[in-house]
Unconditional design. Structure first.
Length: 243
């Protein structure tokens, strides 16, 4: 594995205790009936055979569901992007953060997970309840065509093709780095999210050029915020007195 510039020690500097503010009330929450209807629709759109889920970010290192198989897969026409505005979870109202989604263009190498045999509609509903909770997010859940070593298939993807309110698309990496180096919410920091994603992609041998550049920019930003030199030592604002 390549050595990351963003280290666990730098990530730890970004952590702070934040209270969960709860739902903002500006989004329309999904009801139990909504979840059932959406699950049924996605089931009707699914291919025959097992249920696959496409992971490109936190689902790689924190899937929160049981799987019986995993393998690398590529989604063409999409790329990773920190483009969802966050004032909860890994951000706050005082210091908003950014969450990763798939934005149009390029390619995304990720991991697909095959879920155990079972009632597919119920499996889809459990995944939906983990990933989304409002009507405005429904359009970002879709079946994504992916290519694997065994051939093409479709996998369920989340936060794919997000648009509109609550998104900041096409930001330069330098701007994203400034946000991730500072944002923290009640579940952790933006730097931690990036660190976990890049380090686990490395374990799979997946090299995302933008994320690799981003982790270096975030590391540099954290060092600058905390006055840390490249060698890990603190930079003094003025030379110490001679004694």
């Amino acid at each position: 594995m390549r050595q990351m510039s963003l280290t666990a020690e730098l990530v730890a500097l970004c952590h702070r205790e934040e209270a969960d503010p709860g739902p903002s009330g500006s989004w329309t929450q999904l009801s139990d009936e909504d979840f059932r209807d959406l699950s049924a629709r996605l089931f009707n759109e699914a291919d025959a055979g097992p249920l696959w889920v496409f992971a490109y970010g936190s689902l790689i290192w924190k899937p929160a569901f049981e799987s019986v198989e995993r393998q690398r897969a590529t989604a063409h026409g999409w790329h990773r992007s920190f483009c969802i505005d966050m004032v909860r979870w890994r951000g706050s109202a005082a210091q908003p953060g950014l969450m990763m989604a798939l934005e149009r263009g390029g390619r995304c190498d990720g991991v697909i997970y095959r879920l155990p045999e079972g009632e597919k509609t119920a499996q889809i509903e459990r995944l939906l309840r983990r990933e989304i909770d409002d009507h405005e997010s429904v359009a970002s859940v879709r079946w994504v065509p992916v290519r694997t070593a065994q051939g093409p298939l479709r996998a369920l993807g989340f936060w794919v093709g997000v648009t509109g309110r609550g998104t900041s698309l096409g930001q330069p990496l330098e701007a994203v780095a400034r946000v991730l180096a500072r944002a923290c919410g009640h579940v952790g920091s933006g730097a931690e999210y990036l660190y976990n994603t890049v380090s686990h992609l490395e374990e799979f041998g997946i090299r995302d050029r933008n994320l690799w550049t981003l982790q270096k920019l975030v590391a540099d930003e954290i060092r600058s915020i905390h006055g840390i030199g490249m060698d890990g030592g603190h930079i003094l604002a003025s030379p110490p007195p001679i004694t």
